[in-house]
Design a protein around this ligand. Structure first.
Ligand SMILES: CC(C)(COP(=O)(O)OP(=O)(O)OC[C@H]1O[C@@H](n2cnc3c(N)ncnc32)[C@H](O)[C@@H]1OP(=O)(O)O)[C@@H](O)C(=O)NCCC(=O)NCCS
Length: 170
């Protein structure tokens, strides 16, 4: 597998939209479902442009033969009291699950956080029945800090989420 993990570029905008539309329909674990990620190419380009030069945000993609097969993005706080912490989202295309790509993406975020002048803690929220993702987070040192009741509503059903965090040792 010709796997590359690299920061996203503005020129990835079109491929990113295709990727997001695909993963939206592959699991019920994300904050958006099939057909819900409606974003124009123009908006995606300006979003990716806004990431460039923003020191407290990162987005990295995993590619195989120039196709996006995974993604991680982190948003840190903007104010003095919140910039030390942020939340991330991660996904891998289903045909590439179980090949270590999620782990490589999350390790990339942790390495980035260690080098960041701001980040001292990484948070996340995950469905409490998303065993695969919880397994990955625990493996890389994240600890459960709480349970958020009715955090999502998917197909009319409330879903509880775990709140997890990782302290970044510098
Ligand atoms: C969660 C997700 C990102 C994991 O990516 P992945 O590339 O399949 O994960 P990896 O192959 O790197 O596996 C890493 C670790 O996850 C855990 N894991 C993977 N599959 C698992 C399973 N079926 N059960 C339990 N743990 C599992 C293991 O600890 C594994 O490490 P190991 O292989 O050394 O034992 C991916 O499955 C995905 O995109 N799911 C849909 C979207 C999603 O749930 N996103 C997270 C929302 S919070």
């Amino acid at each position: 597998m010709n796997l590359t993990i690299r920061p996203i570029e503005v020129s990835d905008a079109e491929n990113m939209i295709t990727y997001l539309n695909q993963i939206a329909g592959e699991s019920e674990n994300l904050t958006f479902g099939l057909g819900e990620f409606a974003i124009t190419l123009e908006k995606e380009i300006s979003y990716l442009e806004s990431l460039q030069g923003n020191g407290n945000q990162m987005m990295v993609v995993a590619t195989v033969d120039d196709e996006i097969v995974g993604n991680i993005s982190y948003n840190g706080g903007h104010r003095l009291r919140t910039r030390h912490v942020g939340e991330f989202g991660i996904s891998v295309r289903k045909d590439y699950w179980g090949k270590g790509i999620g782990k490589a993406l999350l390790q990339n975020l942790i390495d980035w956080a260690k080098a960041s002048p701001y980040c001292e803690k990484i948070n996340l929220r995950v469905r409490d029945d998303n065993i695969r993702a919880i397994g990955l987070y625990r493996k890389l040192g994240f600890q459960v800090e709480g349970l958020i009741k009715r955090d999502m509503k998917i197909n009319g059903e409330f879903v509880d989420c775990l709140f997890m965090g990782l302290k970044i040792e510098k």
